[in-house]
Design a protein around this ligand. Structure first.
Ligand SMILES: [Fe+2]
Length: 418
Protein backbone atom coordinates (compact mmCIF):
# COMPACT_ATOMS: atom_id res chain seq x y z
CA UNK A 1 0.00 0.00 0.00
CA UNK A 2 1.27 3.41 -0.84
CA UNK A 3 0.30 6.73 0.69
CA UNK A 4 0.12 8.14 -2.81
CA UNK A 5 -1.52 11.52 -3.02
CA UNK A 6 -4.46 11.76 -5.40
CA UNK A 7 -5.90 15.01 -6.71
CA UNK A 8 -6.79 17.25 -3.79
CA UNK A 9 -6.98 20.65 -5.39
CA UNK A 10 -10.07 21.92 -7.19
CA UNK A 11 -7.97 23.51 -9.91
CA UNK A 12 -11.01 24.50 -11.96
CA UNK A 13 -12.75 26.29 -9.08
CA UNK A 14 -15.64 24.07 -10.11
CA UNK A 15 -19.05 24.22 -8.50
CA UNK A 16 -21.79 21.73 -9.40
CA UNK A 17 -24.90 20.55 -7.57
CA UNK A 18 -28.01 18.79 -8.78
CA UNK A 19 -31.19 19.21 -6.79
CA UNK A 20 -34.98 19.10 -6.85
CA UNK A 21 -36.63 22.08 -8.59
CA UNK A 22 -38.28 23.03 -5.31
CA UNK A 23 -37.17 22.37 -1.75
CA UNK A 24 -39.52 23.32 1.06
CA UNK A 25 -37.93 23.00 4.49
CA UNK A 26 -39.30 23.62 7.97
CA UNK A 27 -41.47 22.38 10.82
CA UNK A 28 -45.06 21.91 9.66
CA UNK A 29 -44.30 22.32 5.94
CA UNK A 30 -45.80 18.88 5.17
CA UNK A 31 -49.12 20.72 5.22
CA UNK A 32 -48.15 22.16 1.83
CA UNK A 33 -48.27 18.66 0.30
CA UNK A 34 -51.84 18.86 -1.07
CA UNK A 35 -51.06 22.11 -2.90
CA UNK A 36 -47.79 20.65 -4.16
CA UNK A 37 -49.51 17.51 -5.47
CA UNK A 38 -52.34 19.50 -7.05
CA UNK A 39 -49.77 21.37 -9.13
CA UNK A 40 -49.06 18.07 -10.94
CA UNK A 41 -52.62 16.74 -11.23
CA UNK A 42 -55.27 14.86 -9.30
CA UNK A 43 -54.01 11.24 -9.30
CA UNK A 44 -51.28 10.42 -6.78
CA UNK A 45 -49.54 7.25 -5.62
CA UNK A 46 -48.33 7.57 -2.02
CA UNK A 47 -45.51 5.19 -1.11
CA UNK A 48 -44.47 4.35 2.42
CA UNK A 49 -43.54 1.51 4.79
CA UNK A 50 -45.53 -0.34 7.44
CA UNK A 51 -44.26 1.76 10.36
CA UNK A 52 -45.24 5.05 8.76
CA UNK A 53 -48.56 3.75 7.35
CA UNK A 54 -49.72 3.15 10.91
CA UNK A 55 -48.69 6.62 12.05
CA UNK A 56 -51.36 9.26 12.60
CA UNK A 57 -49.24 11.81 10.74
CA UNK A 58 -49.39 9.70 7.57
CA UNK A 59 -53.14 9.20 7.85
CA UNK A 60 -53.51 12.97 8.24
CA UNK A 61 -51.56 13.48 5.00
CA UNK A 62 -53.82 11.06 3.10
CA UNK A 63 -56.90 12.80 4.51
CA UNK A 64 -55.60 16.23 3.54
CA UNK A 65 -54.94 15.04 0.00
CA UNK A 66 -58.34 13.44 -0.47
CA UNK A 67 -59.91 16.54 1.13
CA UNK A 68 -58.37 18.53 -1.70
CA UNK A 69 -60.05 16.26 -4.26
CA UNK A 70 -56.97 14.23 -5.07
CA UNK A 71 -57.44 10.57 -5.93
CA UNK A 72 -54.90 8.78 -3.71
CA UNK A 73 -53.62 5.21 -3.92
CA UNK A 74 -51.36 4.01 -1.12
CA UNK A 75 -48.55 1.46 -1.49
CA UNK A 76 -47.31 0.71 2.05
CA UNK A 77 -45.17 -2.40 1.59
CA UNK A 78 -41.70 -0.91 1.07
CA UNK A 79 -39.15 -2.87 3.11
CA UNK A 80 -35.76 -1.87 4.56
CA UNK A 81 -32.84 -1.92 2.09
CA UNK A 82 -35.35 -1.89 -0.78
CA UNK A 83 -35.49 -5.46 -2.12
CA UNK A 84 -36.06 -5.69 -5.88
CA UNK A 85 -39.23 -7.72 -5.12
CA UNK A 86 -40.91 -4.53 -3.83
CA UNK A 87 -40.50 -3.03 -7.29
CA UNK A 88 -41.86 -6.10 -9.04
CA UNK A 89 -44.77 -5.97 -6.62
CA UNK A 90 -45.72 -2.34 -7.26
CA UNK A 91 -45.73 -2.91 -11.02
CA UNK A 92 -48.05 -5.87 -10.50
CA UNK A 93 -50.33 -3.86 -8.19
CA UNK A 94 -50.42 -0.58 -10.10
CA UNK A 95 -48.91 -1.27 -13.53
CA UNK A 96 -52.11 -0.41 -15.40
CA UNK A 97 -52.74 2.85 -13.55
CA UNK A 98 -51.81 6.34 -14.56
CA UNK A 99 -50.53 8.72 -11.92
CA UNK A 100 -49.75 12.41 -12.18
CA UNK A 101 -47.28 12.28 -9.33
CA UNK A 102 -45.59 9.77 -7.01
CA UNK A 103 -45.05 10.78 -3.40
CA UNK A 104 -42.59 8.96 -1.15
CA UNK A 105 -43.18 9.44 2.59
CA UNK A 106 -40.56 7.62 4.64
CA UNK A 107 -36.89 6.82 5.09
CA UNK A 108 -34.25 6.27 2.43
CA UNK A 109 -35.67 2.99 1.13
CA UNK A 110 -39.12 4.48 0.61
CA UNK A 111 -37.74 7.52 -1.20
CA UNK A 112 -35.48 5.33 -3.35
CA UNK A 113 -38.49 3.14 -4.09
CA UNK A 114 -40.52 6.16 -5.26
CA UNK A 115 -37.73 7.18 -7.66
CA UNK A 116 -37.58 3.79 -9.39
CA UNK A 117 -41.37 3.28 -9.28
CA UNK A 118 -41.63 6.59 -11.17
CA UNK A 119 -39.77 4.96 -14.06
CA UNK A 120 -41.37 1.51 -13.93
CA UNK A 121 -44.94 2.79 -13.71
CA UNK A 122 -44.33 5.24 -16.56
CA UNK A 123 -42.46 2.94 -18.94
CA UNK A 124 -42.81 -0.64 -17.61
CA UNK A 125 -39.84 -3.02 -17.45
CA UNK A 126 -37.71 -4.44 -14.66
CA UNK A 127 -35.42 -2.42 -12.41
CA UNK A 128 -32.60 -4.76 -13.52
CA UNK A 129 -32.64 -3.02 -16.88
CA UNK A 130 -31.92 0.28 -15.12
CA UNK A 131 -28.93 -0.71 -12.95
CA UNK A 132 -25.94 1.60 -13.35
CA UNK A 133 -25.11 5.22 -14.02
CA UNK A 134 -27.10 7.14 -16.64
CA UNK A 135 -28.86 4.03 -17.96
CA UNK A 136 -32.22 5.73 -17.34
CA UNK A 137 -32.59 8.09 -20.28
CA UNK A 138 -36.02 9.65 -20.00
CA UNK A 139 -38.30 11.28 -17.48
CA UNK A 140 -40.71 9.20 -15.42
CA UNK A 141 -43.68 10.31 -13.35
CA UNK A 142 -42.82 13.44 -11.27
CA UNK A 143 -41.65 12.61 -7.75
CA UNK A 144 -42.23 14.41 -4.45
CA UNK A 145 -40.11 13.26 -1.50
CA UNK A 146 -41.17 13.68 2.11
CA UNK A 147 -38.41 12.26 4.36
CA UNK A 148 -39.28 11.02 7.85
CA UNK A 149 -35.91 9.98 9.27
CA UNK A 150 -33.40 12.78 8.64
CA UNK A 151 -30.36 10.85 7.57
CA UNK A 152 -29.96 9.44 4.12
CA UNK A 153 -30.40 12.62 2.08
CA UNK A 154 -32.39 10.50 -0.38
CA UNK A 155 -34.94 13.32 -0.59
CA UNK A 156 -32.59 15.27 -2.84
CA UNK A 157 -30.41 12.64 -4.53
CA UNK A 158 -30.94 11.17 -7.99
CA UNK A 159 -29.90 7.63 -7.04
CA UNK A 160 -31.81 4.61 -5.76
CA UNK A 161 -30.05 1.67 -4.16
CA UNK A 162 -31.81 -1.66 -4.66
CA UNK A 163 -31.02 -5.02 -3.03
CA UNK A 164 -30.98 -7.76 -5.66
CA UNK A 165 -31.19 -11.07 -3.78
CA UNK A 166 -30.29 -13.16 -6.86
CA UNK A 167 -27.04 -11.25 -7.20
CA UNK A 168 -26.56 -11.05 -3.41
CA UNK A 169 -25.72 -7.36 -3.50
CA UNK A 170 -27.00 -3.81 -3.50
CA UNK A 171 -26.97 -2.08 -6.87
CA UNK A 172 -27.49 1.59 -7.70
CA UNK A 173 -29.74 3.17 -10.31
CA UNK A 174 -28.40 6.68 -10.84
CA UNK A 175 -29.61 9.25 -13.36
CA UNK A 176 -30.67 12.91 -13.39
CA UNK A 177 -34.09 11.58 -14.44
CA UNK A 178 -34.49 10.14 -10.93
CA UNK A 179 -34.14 13.61 -9.41
CA UNK A 180 -37.29 14.45 -7.41
CA UNK A 181 -39.31 17.39 -8.68
CA UNK A 182 -39.85 18.54 -5.11
CA UNK A 183 -38.65 17.75 -1.59
CA UNK A 184 -40.79 18.69 1.39
CA UNK A 185 -38.55 18.40 4.43
CA UNK A 186 -40.51 18.66 7.68
CA UNK A 187 -38.55 17.96 10.88
CA UNK A 188 -41.78 17.35 12.83
CA UNK A 189 -42.00 14.02 10.99
CA UNK A 190 -38.83 12.86 12.78
CA UNK A 191 -40.08 13.55 16.33
CA UNK A 192 -41.32 9.97 16.66
CA UNK A 193 -38.11 8.38 15.31
CA UNK A 194 -36.97 5.70 17.80
CA UNK A 195 -33.40 6.08 19.22
CA UNK A 196 -31.96 3.25 17.09
CA UNK A 197 -33.17 4.88 13.89
CA UNK A 198 -32.00 8.31 15.05
CA UNK A 199 -28.52 6.84 15.66
CA UNK A 200 -28.36 5.08 12.30
CA UNK A 201 -29.57 8.05 10.28
CA UNK A 202 -27.40 10.52 12.18
CA UNK A 203 -24.30 8.38 11.62
CA UNK A 204 -25.18 8.06 7.93
CA UNK A 205 -25.54 11.84 7.50
CA UNK A 206 -22.26 12.54 9.31
CA UNK A 207 -20.47 9.93 7.20
CA UNK A 208 -21.85 11.55 4.03
CA UNK A 209 -20.54 14.94 5.15
CA UNK A 210 -17.05 13.60 5.91
CA UNK A 211 -16.79 11.42 2.79
CA UNK A 212 -17.99 14.21 0.50
CA UNK A 213 -15.69 16.81 2.08
CA UNK A 214 -12.60 14.59 2.00
CA UNK A 215 -13.38 12.94 -1.35
CA UNK A 216 -11.50 13.49 -4.57
CA UNK A 217 -11.58 16.76 -6.45
CA UNK A 218 -11.62 15.29 -9.92
CA UNK A 219 -11.29 18.42 -12.07
CA UNK A 220 -13.61 16.93 -14.69
CA UNK A 221 -13.61 18.05 -18.31
CA UNK A 222 -16.78 18.80 -20.24
CA UNK A 223 -17.12 15.20 -21.39
CA UNK A 224 -16.80 13.82 -17.88
CA UNK A 225 -19.38 16.27 -16.56
CA UNK A 226 -21.75 15.12 -19.28
CA UNK A 227 -21.10 11.41 -18.81
CA UNK A 228 -20.85 11.10 -15.03
CA UNK A 229 -22.95 12.08 -12.05
CA UNK A 230 -20.19 11.90 -9.46
CA UNK A 231 -17.65 14.44 -10.60
CA UNK A 232 -15.99 15.03 -7.25
CA UNK A 233 -15.98 17.45 -4.38
CA UNK A 234 -16.27 21.10 -5.43
CA UNK A 235 -17.00 24.60 -4.17
CA UNK A 236 -20.73 24.03 -3.81
CA UNK A 237 -20.57 20.59 -2.19
CA UNK A 238 -18.00 21.99 0.26
CA UNK A 239 -20.43 24.75 1.18
CA UNK A 240 -23.11 22.20 2.07
CA UNK A 241 -20.61 20.04 3.96
CA UNK A 242 -19.43 22.92 6.13
CA UNK A 243 -22.98 23.91 7.06
CA UNK A 244 -24.00 20.29 7.70
CA UNK A 245 -21.00 19.72 9.98
CA UNK A 246 -21.84 22.89 11.92
CA UNK A 247 -25.38 21.59 12.43
CA UNK A 248 -24.44 18.09 13.66
CA UNK A 249 -21.84 19.54 15.99
CA UNK A 250 -24.51 20.55 18.50
CA UNK A 251 -27.66 18.81 17.22
CA UNK A 252 -26.68 15.24 18.05
CA UNK A 253 -26.23 15.84 21.79
CA UNK A 254 -29.47 17.84 21.95
CA UNK A 255 -31.50 15.19 20.09
CA UNK A 256 -30.19 12.46 22.42
CA UNK A 257 -30.85 14.54 25.55
CA UNK A 258 -34.40 15.31 24.41
CA UNK A 259 -35.77 13.40 21.39
CA UNK A 260 -38.74 15.80 21.38
CA UNK A 261 -36.54 18.90 20.93
CA UNK A 262 -37.89 20.21 17.63
CA UNK A 263 -35.09 22.73 17.12
CA UNK A 264 -32.49 19.96 17.52
CA UNK A 265 -34.45 17.69 15.16
CA UNK A 266 -34.58 20.58 12.69
CA UNK A 267 -30.80 21.04 12.83
CA UNK A 268 -30.24 17.29 12.38
CA UNK A 269 -32.57 17.23 9.39
CA UNK A 270 -30.86 20.28 7.88
CA UNK A 271 -27.54 18.41 8.25
CA UNK A 272 -28.95 15.35 6.49
CA UNK A 273 -30.33 17.55 3.69
CA UNK A 274 -26.95 19.29 3.28
CA UNK A 275 -25.23 15.91 3.21
CA UNK A 276 -27.61 14.72 0.52
CA UNK A 277 -26.88 17.82 -1.55
CA UNK A 278 -23.16 17.17 -1.24
CA UNK A 279 -23.15 13.45 -2.11
CA UNK A 280 -25.42 14.02 -5.11
CA UNK A 281 -22.35 15.38 -6.91
CA UNK A 282 -19.34 14.38 -4.79
CA UNK A 283 -20.53 10.83 -4.12
CA UNK A 284 -19.61 8.72 -1.11
CA UNK A 285 -16.42 6.70 -0.76
CA UNK A 286 -14.56 4.01 1.20
CA UNK A 287 -16.85 3.59 4.21
CA UNK A 288 -19.84 3.14 1.89
CA UNK A 289 -18.01 0.65 -0.33
CA UNK A 290 -16.98 -1.50 2.65
CA UNK A 291 -20.30 -1.26 4.51
CA UNK A 292 -22.39 -2.89 1.82
CA UNK A 293 -20.95 -6.43 2.15
CA UNK A 294 -20.76 -6.06 5.95
CA UNK A 295 -24.45 -5.19 5.95
CA UNK A 296 -25.18 -8.25 3.81
CA UNK A 297 -23.26 -10.51 6.24
CA UNK A 298 -24.43 -9.04 9.55
CA UNK A 299 -27.85 -7.60 8.66
CA UNK A 300 -26.95 -4.37 10.42
CA UNK A 301 -28.26 -0.92 9.51
CA UNK A 302 -26.46 0.97 6.74
CA UNK A 303 -25.92 4.04 8.92
CA UNK A 304 -24.41 2.14 11.85
CA UNK A 305 -22.14 0.24 9.46
CA UNK A 306 -20.72 3.29 7.69
CA UNK A 307 -20.40 5.06 11.05
CA UNK A 308 -18.52 2.14 12.63
CA UNK A 309 -16.13 2.06 9.67
CA UNK A 310 -15.58 5.80 9.51
CA UNK A 311 -12.87 6.12 12.23
CA UNK A 312 -10.70 3.61 10.38
CA UNK A 313 -11.39 4.89 6.87
CA UNK A 314 -10.56 8.43 8.09
CA UNK A 315 -7.26 7.19 9.54
CA UNK A 316 -6.39 5.38 6.33
CA UNK A 317 -7.18 8.51 4.29
CA UNK A 318 -5.50 10.95 6.67
CA UNK A 319 -2.09 11.08 4.92
CA UNK A 320 -3.71 12.32 1.72
CA UNK A 321 -6.23 14.70 3.35
CA UNK A 322 -4.47 16.53 6.17
CA UNK A 323 -5.79 19.96 5.18
CA UNK A 324 -9.37 18.73 4.78
CA UNK A 325 -9.46 16.95 8.14
CA UNK A 326 -7.86 20.02 9.76
CA UNK A 327 -10.64 22.12 8.21
CA UNK A 328 -13.24 19.70 9.63
CA UNK A 329 -11.57 20.24 13.03
CA UNK A 330 -11.83 24.00 12.58
CA UNK A 331 -15.51 23.84 11.58
CA UNK A 332 -16.21 21.60 14.59
CA UNK A 333 -14.40 24.05 16.87
CA UNK A 334 -11.67 21.75 18.19
CA UNK A 335 -8.53 23.33 16.75
CA UNK A 336 -6.35 26.15 18.04
CA UNK A 337 -4.12 28.56 16.18
CA UNK A 338 -0.47 27.59 16.13
CA UNK A 339 -1.11 23.83 16.17
CA UNK A 340 0.44 21.74 13.42
CA UNK A 341 -1.79 20.63 10.56
CA UNK A 342 -1.39 17.02 11.78
CA UNK A 343 -2.63 17.96 15.26
CA UNK A 344 -5.59 19.87 13.84
CA UNK A 345 -6.48 17.01 11.47
CA UNK A 346 -6.33 14.47 14.30
CA UNK A 347 -8.50 16.70 16.47
CA UNK A 348 -11.05 16.86 13.64
CA UNK A 349 -11.14 13.07 13.35
CA UNK A 350 -11.50 12.66 17.12
CA UNK A 351 -14.40 15.11 17.18
CA UNK A 352 -16.17 13.19 14.38
CA UNK A 353 -15.77 10.03 16.50
CA UNK A 354 -17.17 11.79 19.56
CA UNK A 355 -20.21 12.82 17.54
CA UNK A 356 -20.75 9.25 16.29
CA UNK A 357 -20.55 8.04 19.89
CA UNK A 358 -22.96 10.73 21.05
CA UNK A 359 -25.65 9.73 18.57
CA UNK A 360 -25.28 6.06 19.60
CA UNK A 361 -23.22 4.56 16.78
CA UNK A 362 -20.78 1.71 17.57
CA UNK A 363 -17.16 2.57 16.83
CA UNK A 364 -15.83 -0.88 16.01
CA UNK A 365 -16.74 -3.72 13.70
CA UNK A 366 -17.02 -6.44 16.34
CA UNK A 367 -20.12 -4.61 17.63
CA UNK A 368 -21.72 -5.15 14.20
CA UNK A 369 -21.16 -8.92 14.50
CA UNK A 370 -18.46 -9.07 11.84
CA UNK A 371 -15.90 -11.84 12.42
CA UNK A 372 -12.43 -12.23 10.86
CA UNK A 373 -13.55 -15.18 8.71
CA UNK A 374 -15.67 -12.66 6.77
CA UNK A 375 -12.84 -10.21 6.03
CA UNK A 376 -11.79 -11.74 2.69
CA UNK A 377 -15.36 -11.74 1.40
CA UNK A 378 -15.93 -8.15 2.55
CA UNK A 379 -12.72 -6.92 0.93
CA UNK A 380 -13.44 -8.65 -2.40
CA UNK A 381 -17.01 -7.34 -2.52
CA UNK A 382 -16.05 -3.80 -1.45
CA UNK A 383 -13.63 -3.49 -4.34
CA UNK A 384 -16.40 -4.36 -6.79
CA UNK A 385 -18.14 -1.09 -5.85
CA UNK A 386 -15.88 0.91 -8.16
CA UNK A 387 -18.35 3.85 -8.27
CA UNK A 388 -17.52 4.36 -4.56
CA UNK A 389 -13.89 3.26 -4.38
CA UNK A 390 -13.06 5.65 -7.22
CA UNK A 391 -14.12 8.53 -4.95
CA UNK A 392 -11.92 7.49 -2.06
CA UNK A 393 -9.09 10.00 -1.70
CA UNK A 394 -6.43 7.38 -1.08
CA UNK A 395 -6.19 4.39 -3.42
CA UNK A 396 -8.06 1.41 -1.96
CA UNK A 397 -6.73 -2.07 -2.72
CA UNK A 398 -7.41 -5.38 -1.03
CA UNK A 399 -4.60 -5.02 1.51
CA UNK A 400 -5.90 -1.58 2.42
CA UNK A 401 -9.45 -2.83 3.00
CA UNK A 402 -8.17 -5.80 5.05
CA UNK A 403 -6.10 -3.41 7.14
CA UNK A 404 -9.12 -1.16 7.75
CA UNK A 405 -11.14 -4.24 8.79
CA UNK A 406 -8.38 -5.49 11.14
CA UNK A 407 -8.07 -2.14 12.87
CA UNK A 408 -11.84 -1.73 12.98
CA UNK A 409 -12.33 -5.18 14.48
CA UNK A 410 -9.80 -4.53 17.25
CA UNK A 411 -11.04 -0.98 17.91
CA UNK A 412 -7.49 0.19 17.17
CA UNK A 413 -7.72 3.95 16.93
CA UNK A 414 -4.04 4.67 17.24
CA UNK A 415 -2.62 6.81 14.43
CA UNK A 416 -1.64 3.85 12.28
CA UNK A 417 -0.45 4.56 8.77
CA UNK A 418 -1.30 1.43 6.80
FE1 LIG B 1 -25.11 6.44 3.33
Amino acid sequence: MSAEVTTTVNELDLGLVRQPSTVLFGPGQRRQLPAAVAAFGDRALLCTDERMAGDGLFRDLVEALTGRGIDVEVYAKVEPDLPRENLLDVVEAHGGSTFDVIVGVGGGSVLDFAKVASQLLAHGGDVRDLYGENIVERAGIPIITVPTTGGTGAEVTCISVVYDADRGMKIGVASPYLEPAMAIVDPELTLTCPPGLTAATGADALTHLVEAFTGRAKNPGAEQIEAHLYVGKNLLTDLYCRHGLTMVNTAFARVVADPGDLRARTDKMMAAFCAGMAINTAGTAGAHAIQSPIGALTHTAHGLGVGALLPYVMRYNLPTRLEEFAEIGRVLGVTAQGESVEARAQAGIRRVEELLETIGCPLNLKALGLEPDGFEYVADQALLATRLTANNPRELDKDAVLSILEHGYHDDRSWWQA
